[in-house]
Ligand binder design. Sequence first.
Ligand SMILES: [Mn+2]
Length: 252
Amino acid sequence: MSPTSPIFAIGDIHGHFDHCAALLRDAGLIDDAYNWTGADAILVFLGDYVDRGPDGIAVIDLVMRLQTQAARAGGYVVGLLGNHDMLLALAYGFGRGVFYDWWRSAGGVKADLAHMADDHFHWLLERPVMVRLSDYLFIHADASFYTGYGGTVATVNHAIAQLITSNDVDHLADLVDQFGEHRAFLANDELAARLLKIYGGQQILHGHTPIPKMAGGVPDNTGRPYIYAHDLCINLDGGIYAGGEGFVYRVG
Ligand SMILES: [Mn+2]
């Protein structure tokens, strides 16, 4: 990647591998055999690869492979951690118990856990929860918890990674709860401004909340981004799991 590399982002896929592949193909980022054709482009997956849809592990496999192929081609693929990805990792890591129950009640698909292997688990544990690229701050959730875990992108990512590999069930339970918050920036655009001041960037790009669920008056249009909070935030969750079109967004 270079300072002139185009940046693309895609929101929540939730196990819909074919739909995801079609969107990436239409954007010129992969070919019919699912190989990277994006050259030096940057592609950010905003997380929530799994749950609700048919084949979450295939989505994870695709992201993992594209990371390797893009790096070889001079590109860069980022895969953020979504709350559903975290729940699956906790269900896998802890076995049956409270996290298994939470994962299932959040739409966990038994086949995902059955198809999951240690390399998927370790990959999920290494996912960042936020990344900043040029003027853009990428996070999975429109939630307010990030600032409670550190004052830089690196410290937040480190703190969350430490926590999800710990046995600290009390604090993990808090994190699961916090990561499930929605519409925090819609309710309070000062919060969006504060995140940008702390972590840098001019705009927050997130997924997590399907665009039609943002607020009254939002058109039921899931094929394009929803820009709000005085243009500080862009929601990229096209609600694919609920039948939405979804899209790949050309960021810059
Ligand atoms: Mn989510």
